[in-house]
Design a protein around this ligand. Structure first.
Ligand code: NAD
Ligand code: TDX
Length: 355
């Protein structure tokens, strides 16, 4: 069994679905179901006995200890986090608690669990920490892409909290020998992406005829990776990554935000024509995000060279699938927008309550 944290969020749920398609090995999924946690993402596996969902907090050490003792997972894959940069600017507290204190609590629980394993189990155990390229800070237009040895220069409360968590994971390896691997991935996109983030927000707003807010001049650059490709990279690193190492994961898809929004508008114009002309008419420039990082770019050669990982999707195929998914899942969008997705805990899922 593997133990996933944050498996009801965007990437975590895609990872759990991918894992159960690729493997028979069960998944224990601990998620606090914050606003970003949505059990509707896991509706297709709600009767699958290989998926054990636990509604609870990674900061709850007695709960995590009990789960580890009861299920004896061979690996922890740690997704749980507060993940939205804009929210971290308006209210950093939750980011410090979950991303830093939560990772600390999980590391300590993992260390106690791992220390009690026999030698063979200890050698096989992995703590896989899922992190972001934002810990490296911002690049200039002509700078080379981030390698794993790029200095940490986080600029937002979110990225600072993730950087802190990366450092904790590193220290638990060097000091206590906990067998860890960390992946730093670029911007993900795909199904079940909460519509506060750029790509799903633009799709959902366009379909509702609402403005498409572009921060600043729209020339900030991100590298984009289809979420199932992130899942396959995590599987590859979990299986073959070297202990104590970090691996950058990216799609070699640098795009300006304006390019992204133009692409989305053009795809929507093709797949669901705008009665008023083109969705591009909705583009609206708004005040910039404070401290907005200009450019992220990932050098993913290490994971490609050592583990043979490659993304399956190009940006063009992945973004088309994503737009089609949102067109086909108007119910999911409506439930997220109305807040009724939260009712899934009671109505559609047998959630074991924490405590
Ligand atoms: P998300 O916000 O969609 O999901 C986070 C999940 O964690 C939610 O299900 C939430 O309920 C859960 N959670 C939050 N606090 C918790 C707590 N205290 N205890 C238990 N569960 C808790 O985030 P995401 O976009 O899926 O990101 C997942 C991970 O990947 C994060 O660690 C993030 O930093 C990292 N990451 C994200 C991206 C991206 O583009 N979204 C890119 C690189 C790395
Ligand atoms: O309405 C918007 N308008 C806009 O111009 C939003 C929501 C965003 N933007 C810009 C800001 C960024 O330059 O688009 C870019 C992408 O923004 P987000 O979707 O908020 O992502 P970002 O800030 O790049 O962070 C994401 O990628 C790295 C995830 O949210 C993080 O969790 C991950 O670590």
């Amino acid at each position: 069994m593997i133990f996933v944290t944050g498996g009801a969020g965007f990437i975590g749920s895609n990872f759990v679905l991918d894992w159960l398609e690729q493997s028979q090995e069960p998944v224990l999924n601990l998620d606090a179901l914050t606003y970003a946690g949505n059990l509707e993402n896991l509706a297709s596996i709600r009767h699958d006995p290989r998926h054990v969902f636990v509604h609870g907090d990674i900061c709850d050490r007695p709960l995590v200890d009990r789960l580890l003792a009861e299920h004896r997972p061979r690996a922890i894959v740690h997704f749980a986090a507060e993940s939205h940069v804009d929210r971290s600017i308006h209210g950093p507290g939750a980011f410090m608690r979950t991303n830093i204190e939560g990772t600390y609590a999980l590391l300590e629980a993992a260390r106690a669990h791992w220390s009690a394993l026999d030698a063979g189990e200890q050698a096989a155990f992995r703590f896989h920490h899922v992190s972001t390229d934002e810990v490296y800070g911002s690049l200039g237009a002509t700078d080379p892409a981030f390698t794993e040895s790029h200095p940490y220069e986080p600029n937002s409360p979110y990225s600072a909290s993730k950087a802190a968590s990366d450092h904790l994971v590193r220290a638990w390896h060097h000091t206590y020998g906990l067998p860890v691997v960390t992946t730093n991935c670029s911007n993900n996109y795909g199904p079940y992406h909460f519509p506060e983030k750029l790509i799903p927000l633009m799709i959902v707003n366009a379909l509702a005829g609402k403005p498409l807010p572009i921060y600043g001049d729209g020339q900030n650059v991100r590298d984009w990776l289809y979420v199932r490709d992130h899942a396959s990279a995590i599987r590859a690193v979990l299986a073959g990554g070297r202990l104590g190492e970090t691996y950058n994961i990216g799609g070699w898809n640098e795009k300006t935000n304006l390019e992204i929004v133009h692409t989305l508008c053009d795809l929507l114009d093709e797949l669901c024509p705008d009665p008023a002309g083109s969705y591009r008419r909705l583009i609206t420039y708004v005040k910039d995000r404070p401290g907005h990082d200009r450019r992220y770019a990932i050098d993913a050669r290490k994971v490609e060279r050592e583990l043979g990982w490659r993304p399956a999707e190009t940006f063009e195929t992945g973004v088309r699938k994503t737009v089609q998914w949102y067109l086909d899942h108007a119910d999911w969008v409506a439930h997220v927008q109305s807040g009724s997705y939260r009712d899934w805990v009671d109505q559609n899922y047998t959630a074991r309550q924490a405590g």
